[in-house]
Design a binder for this molecule. Structure first.
Ligand code: GLU
Length: 557
C-alpha cells in the first residue's frame, strides 16, 4: 500500500511519536491465561443508573473472579454533554456499593499504570494513532461543512440511496495532497474520517458473550474518528484505550450492539486484537400489570443515588444482583447460606437474554435478611456512614451515644430468628427515635388514646405506679415477667392470656394489657421490639424516669 506520509505530516506536524512508541508504554499485562480485564467506561453526562450499576457489577465480577483487573475509565470526549459532578457521583456510588476497581479515576486523582484514565487527558495518544491511519491511507481529512453534508443527503434521498458519508459520496476521500493544502490555506476546519473498506452487502459474524451468535451488516460509512477540535470521537477513543489498557471483555448495555460493526472495523483497521463483547438487555420494572424499561427522566428509582439515599446496604444490592445475573445463584445460596457471594462464579453464557425484572419487593426481602444477619456493630458502622451523608441529625445523635445505639440495634438479634424489620437504613431513624430522650420528649402523641380498653389513663397510671414499686433492673426475664403478672393480678387482670380467653368475664383484662401499658409509657408506641430487651437497653434511670413521668401525665386537651 502507498504510504501517505506527506498528508500525515501536513495534518499532524506536531506529532512526533510513533504508534510503536505508544504501544511500548503499555506492555501486555502479566496475568494468568484465564484472567479477564474489564472496565466501566462511563461518559460523565449524568447520573449512574441502576442498569449501569448492574453492568458494572457484572464487569467487576468477571474480572475479580478470574484473578483479573477491573478499571474505571472516564469517556469524556464530548465536553458539550458533560454534566458537572457526574464523575464524583460515579466514584462515590461505586464506593457505596462496594464495587472495587483496581485502576482508574478516583476521588483523589488516578491510580494504575495504564493511564491516564480520562480520555480528555489522552488527546496526544489518539493523535498518534490517527496520524498513523492517515499515513497508511486508511483515514483522510474531510472539509465538508454542514451545508455540504446536507446537499449530499438531499442528493442521496432524491436518488433513493442510503444516506451518509460513504463510497462514491465520500467526496474528500480522493482529495490530492494539493487539494488538501488549498483547503488548509483557506483556514478551513476539518474532521478526520476512516476510509471504510467494508460494504453493507457483507455481514460480520461474532459471538456475543450474552446474546450468542450475531450477524450484522458491515459498516460502510466513513465514520468521523477525529472532530474538528482535534478531539477523537468516542468510537475511536474506546478502541485505542481498550487495546492499550488490555481490556479482554466488555459488558455494556445493548444500545451499543448496533455499533459493533464500527467497533469491529476500527479494531481491524488499527491492527488491534479486539475484546469480547457482551450486551445486556435493559433491566425492567413493573408498572401496574406490565413490565417496562426504567425511564431515566421519570423514575426516581432509575438512579443509583436513590438506593444510596434510601440506604439499601451494599450487600443487599449485590446479593440481589447475583440473583438477577444467574438463576442458579439462589439454589447455591440456599446450600451455602453463610458464604460470601463472591464464592459463586457468574457465567455470562447462562444469563437471560431478555432484561431481568428489578423487583422492589424482592430487594426488600433480601435486604431485610441481609441486615438481620449483620451483627449490631456492623449495622452501626453502616448506619453511621449512611447518616453522615443523608441524615445529619441521626448522625449526631448516634455518634454521641455510640454504645447505647449499638445496644439498641442489637435488640432481637441474639436469637435463632433475628428480627427482620429493617429493609434499609432510612427505616432506622423513625424506628429507634423513642430510645433517645430528646425525641421521646418531643413526641407529642397522645398515649392515652392507644391504651388498652381495659386500662384507661387513671388505671394505667396506677398500674405503672404499682409496677414501679417492684421494678428491679437486674431481674432476669422470668422474674421480670412474674412481676408483671403480679401487677396484673393486683388489678384484677388475668395472669395469662389463656385463662383470660377461657373466662373473659372473670377479668378486667390480662397481663398483655399490662405489658402494653408499660410499652406505651416507655416508648409512646404500640409496636416495639421485645419489651424486656427494650427495658434492659434503656436502663434503670431512663425506665424509672419515663414511667414516673407517665404516672403524672395529664390527659391532653
Ligand atoms: N462511554 C460509553 C457510555 O457512555 C461506553 C460504551 C462502552 O462501554 O463501550 O456508555
Amino acid at each position: 500500500m502507498m504510504k501517505n506520509t506527506g498528508l500525515a505530516n501536513l495534518l499532524f506536524p506536531d506529532v512526533h511519536l510513533s504508534r510503536k512508541d505508544i504501544i511500548a508504554k503499555y506492555p501486555a499485562r502479566q496475568l494468568n491465561g484465564a484472567a479477564k480485564v474489564t472496565r466501566f467506561a462511563p461518559s460523565p453526562t449524568g447520573f449512574l443508573t441502576i442498569g449501569g450499576l448492574y453492568a458494572t457489577f457484572i464487569s467487576e465480577r468477571l474480572a475479580h473472579q478470574s484473578g483479573g483487573v477491573f478499571y474505571l475509565r472516564i469517556e469524556d470526549t464530548d465536553k458539550k454533554r458533560e454534566v458537572e459532578g457526574s464523575i464524583e457521583g460515579i466514584v462515590q456510588a461505586l464506593d457505596y456499593f462496594g464495587i472495587h476497581y483496581d485502576e482508574g479515576v478516583t476521588s483523589a486523582g488516578e491510580t494504575g499504570d495504564y493511564g491516564p484514565y480520562k480520555q480528555s487527558d489522552r488527546a496526544e495518544i489518539y493523535r498518534v494513532f490517527i496520524k498513523h491511519l492517515v499515513e497508511q491511507n486508511l483515514a483522510y481529512p474531510c472539509f465538508c461543512d454542514t451545508e455540504t453534508l446536507q446537499d449530499i443527503r438531499n442528493a442521496q434521498q432524491s436518488h433513493n440511496e442510503m444516506t451518509g458519508y460513504y463510497g462514491k459520496w465520500a467526496i474528500h476521500r480522493s482529495f490530492t495532497l494539493e487539494q488538501v493544502q488549498e483547503e488548509l490555506a483557506k483556514g478551513k476546519p476539518f474532521v478526520v474520517r476512516l476510509k471504510s473498506p467494508d460494504s453493507l452487502e457483507h455481514k460480520i459474524r461474532y459471538t456475543d458473550l450474552v446474546k450468542g451468535d450475531i450477524e450484522l451488516p458491515e459498516n460502510d460509512q466513513d465514520i468521523v474518528i477525529m472532530k474538528a477540535d482535534g478531539i477523537p470521537t468516542y468510537h475511536f477513543a474506546h478502541a485505542v484505550d481498550d487495546f492499550l489498557m488490555g481490556t479482554t471483555h466488555v459488558i455494556r448495555g445493548d444500545e451499543w450492539l448496533s455499533s459493533i460493526p464500527i467497533h469491529v472495523q476500527l479494531f481491524e483497521m488499527l491492527g488491534f486484537k479486539r475484546p469480547e463483547y457482551g450486551h445486556l438487555a435493559p433491566i425492567m420494572k413493573m408498572d401496574g400489570q406490565s413490565k417496562r424499561k426504567f425511564s431515566k427522566r421519570k423514575d426516581p428509582d432509575a438512579a443509583v443515588h436513590y438506593y444510596q439515599q434510601e440506604g439499601y446496604p451494599r450487600e443487599a444490592i449485590t446479593e440481589y444482583f447475583m440473583t438477577l445475573v444467574n438463576s442458579n445463584y439462589e439454589e447455591w445460596r440456599m446450600q451455602h447460606p453463610t458464604e460470601p457471594f463472591s464464592s459463586f462464579s457468574i457465567d455470562t453464557s447462562k444469563m437471560n437474554v431478555s432484561g431481568p425484572l428489578f423487583d422492589m419487593d424482592k430487594l426488600h426481602d433480601i435486604s431485610k435478611n441481609v441486615i438481620a444477619q449483620m451483627n449490631e456493630a456492623e449495622v452501626f458502622e453502616q448506619v453511621a456512614k449512611w447518616a453522615q451523608m443523608y441524615h445529619s441529625e441521626l448522625y449526631q445523635q448516634i455518634i454521641n451515644q455510640r454504645e447505647y445505639t449499638v445496644r439498641i440495634l442489637g435488640i432481637g438479634k441474639d436469637t435463632v430468628k433475628p428480627r427482620k424489620d429493617f429493609a434499609k437504613w432510612s427505616d432506622i431513624p423513625a424506628a429507634i427515635a423513642y430510645f433517645f430522650d430528646e425525641a421521646y420528649e418531643a413526641d407529642a402523641c397522645d398515649v392515652s388514646e392507644s391504651l388498652p380498653a381495659a386500662a384507661p389513663l387513671p388505671i394505667a397510671q396506677q398500674i405503672v405506679q404499682a409496677y414501679l414499686e417492684i421494678y428491679n433492673t437486674p431481674d432476669d426475664r422470668e422474674i421480670w415477667f412474674d412481676k408483671m403478672k403480679q401487677v396484673a393480678d393486683q388489678f384484677g387482670f388475668a395472669k395469662d392470656t389463656k385463662a383470660y380467653k377461657k373466662q373473659p368475664e372473670h377479668y378486667k383484662g390480662h397481663v398483655g394489657d399490662v405489658a402494653m401499658v408499660l410499652r406505651l409509657a416507655l416508648s409512646k408506641r404500640a409496636h416495639t421490639p421485645d419489651l424486656y430487651d427494650m427495658m434492659q437497653v434503656m436502663g434503670e434511670s431512663r425506665v424509672r424516669s419515663r414511667l414516673s413521668l407517665f404516672t403524672h401525665m395529664v390527659r391532653n386537651g
